[in-house]
Design a protein around this ligand. Structure first.
Ligand SMILES: [Zn+2]
Length: 258
């Protein structure tokens, strides 16, 4: 299996074999270079692809789902734009999952409470959503997870079990942190790129092309562009007879501790 620990073991073994061989035959140092480049390449791939399951087990879809069910998820709120998202979800009778940033919940506690009271699921998306999150120590990641869980509990009474790493980045420190805090790492299999692509039609087409039962769609409740895309998406899903459910309903995996 292509897992961080197996690859590391393979890399160390190759290095050991290489070292022993160098006593007997004339090996140049650079003959080990391809192994090293391969290892670095895999590490970069594993860190930036949450679906690869390279460092940590992550839940990105339910491939066993036979019914027309789909989970829409929103990252980086709560945000003033979240209100418009909630209005649309209500209008089209859809449920969703919101991965909230701790510092944003502190800024907009009433919007956060509205998410929960309208039957949507909430999860932890770190406290700071720092650009350097991928470089944080295990301890620092643990602190952010605990701090945000405490904020979620203060405003909802719920102990969140879901964590979505900022930028979907995973690494050994994040893997150790979630093992300590007992969070499930939740990813996606349908990335809209709604924060990258400007054209609303292109975002919608991208989502439609990747649409399949049991999928998890990634959006951000932080822009009017996404709100516009969401209404078109909900209309499309309705015409295709898809049901929008929360991630815990899709995966049959508890979102909160009892
Ligand atoms: Zn984010």
């Amino acid at each position: 299996m292509l897992k961080h620990k197996n690859i590391l073991l393979l890399f160390v073994s190759a290095f050991a074999v290489f070292s022993v061989l160098s006593f007997y035959i004339d090996l140049k140092w650079w003959s080990f270079l391809p192994f090293f480049v391969f290892w670095v390449g895999l590490t970069i791939f594993g860190s930036s692809n949450i679906k690869a399951d390279y460092f940590v087990k992550s839940y990105c879809s339910n491939p066993a789902e036979n019914n027309l069910k789909i989970a829409i998820s929103f990252d980086d709120g709560p945000h003033p734009m979240t209100e418009k998202v909630l209005d649309l979800l209500k209008k089209y009778n859809a449920k969703a999952t919101f991965f909230c940033i701790g510092s944003q919940i502190e800024k907009h506690p009433d919007i956060f409470k509205r998410i929960v009271s309208e039957g949507h699921t909430v999860g932890n998306h770190s406290y700071s959503h720092s650009n350097r999150f991928g470089f944080f120590s295990t301890q620092k990641v643990v602190e952010e997870l605990i701090q945000t869980n405490a904020i979620i509990e203060r405003f909802s009474g719920k102990k969140a079990l879901y964590f979505r790493p900022p930028f979907g980045v995973t690494n050994p420190n994040i893997a150790r942190a979630v093992a300590k805090t007992n969070h499930y790492v939740i990813g996606w299999n349908n990335r809209s790129l709604d924060t990258v692509i400007d054209d609303e039609t292109k975002i919608l087409e991208r989502i439609k092309n990747r649409l399949a039962p049991g999928g998890i769609i990634l959006l951000h409740d932080t822009s009017l562009k996404t709100v516009n895309v969401l209404e078109q998406l909900l209309l499309f899903l309705q015409s295709e007879k898809y049901e929008c459910v929360t991630i815990d309903a899709l995966l049959n995996l508890p979102a909160y501790e009892n």
